[in-house]
Write a protein that binds this ligand. Sequence first.
Ligand code: SF4
Ligand code: SF4
Ligand SMILES: [Zn+2]
Length: 509
Amino acid sequence: MAEERQEQEDNLMKSDSSEAAGPPASVPKTLPDAAPQKDRTTQMAEFIDKWLGNSATRGVLRRLTKRCPKCGRRTENALLAYATGKSTDMCLGCRFSRFLMSKALDSMIARTDISREMAKQHLADPMWRKGLASVLEGIAKYGPAKPFTAYAPFLVVWNISRLCNLKCRHCYEFADKPRPDELNTEQALAAVDKMADAGVAYIAVSGGEPLMRTDFFEVARRIHEKDMAFSIATNGTLLTKENVQKLKELNCIYVQVSVNGATPATHNWFRGVNAFEKTMQGIKNAVKHDLTVGISMTVTSHNYKEVPAAIELSERLGAQFFMHYNFIPTGRGKNIQELDITPQQRENLLKLLASQNSRRKIKLLSTAPQYSRVCIESHAATIAMTHFDYASPEMTESIRFLADFIGGCGTGRLYCALEPNGDIESCVFIPIRLGNIKTDDFLGVWHNNDVLKKLRDRSAFKANCGVCEFRNVCGGCRARAYAMLGDVQACDPGCVRNQESWGRLVKNV
Ligand code: SF4
Ligand code: SF4
Ligand SMILES: [Zn+2]
């Protein structure tokens, strides 16, 4: 088996290996070694450390961001007033907070390339506003720690049902039939209300196949009404014209469709049935209705060589994003663990994405947190900030310092997950129950759970993940550490910097 694994270290991207190894000529070198940028990012990081890390400032911030019994979420209201210039009905304390917060925001914005108008535009969007409110409240509670923990999860990925019309080999959720204890409509709506009260900015609805739930649109409507952003992760087979029209009406910000190969044979091999054509039609329907579409591809040795063709296919279909999904051997995926790609193959794949990102129409993302390290090491024009976004070449200079705070694996810091029965987990790929949204205080779990505390303490991570200079921007995939080594603080054996652990695992298979 060890030899087989070694053999797998073929060169997927042979034709791409030269560009993957260093900065392509056409890509501007904007990352770490350009002095003016370094100065700016260092300055900004120092400003945050000194200004926000200071206990007196944090004391003031705690008072300013305290939730008000009369007016609700004080920070969010102050940011709304900043964005719109309109004073809502606020108590004296909230008006005072608003005044000081606008001064502080002006001073912060002046240190970046972002104009005041652009900042206001962003803050007029509820997702940004709620996100920044959580950041400010998080700094008040935890300080500007690296990595940073938000006061409320910015994003919750909600596996809304285990019900699915397919039965994919790699499914982390064992999707098939619904669980007997799944939240009913009333409980699901109550869960939305609880997340809104906590300050969640964005709910990504997943499954199973979310569109199989007959009350899906009722729940989605409630998310929309509560001013939270929502997206859907789907196998695409039910993206009928009617369904995409409804998604559009509810302002769904992102439709993620999983496609596991560039050819029907490969895709259907994962899906277990003939689903390729329906999925393609679903993507076309969503693109036609002007929805933002991303193609996600869980990469194993079975489809590794098709990645470049799958990127081309995604581009031809009109998707805006292609996202490499890191294979996590959990759920049904445990049964195909031997198909995991090697660390070197993952590295080659990430280099390919990093080198092509700024030159393609389509944006290339990865859920492998090592993507940030690879972007930095290969002097790519962009830098991956989280799974879901990266800083574009224009923005990289002014906000690169942020990668140190928010970068890499977001589990338990910026993001958590909800199971169909309401169980709270840190990540959809980490099946450890932390509480239940029906019965527990959602924010209480977020602030106090011991597993989450472990996930936030990167200095306690094992092997290279604990000492690596890219720890802040990466942190390793905690789900892979847990699935393969049984410890959320173990190293991520999928990284080339943890070859030793990978070697031991391979020997034991
Ligand atoms: S050793 Fe760990 S923290 Fe460093 S790059 Fe690899 S996975 Fe990330
Ligand atoms: S553990 Fe972290 S890197 Fe891994 S899938 Fe979950 S959020 Fe992503
Ligand atoms: Zn008030």
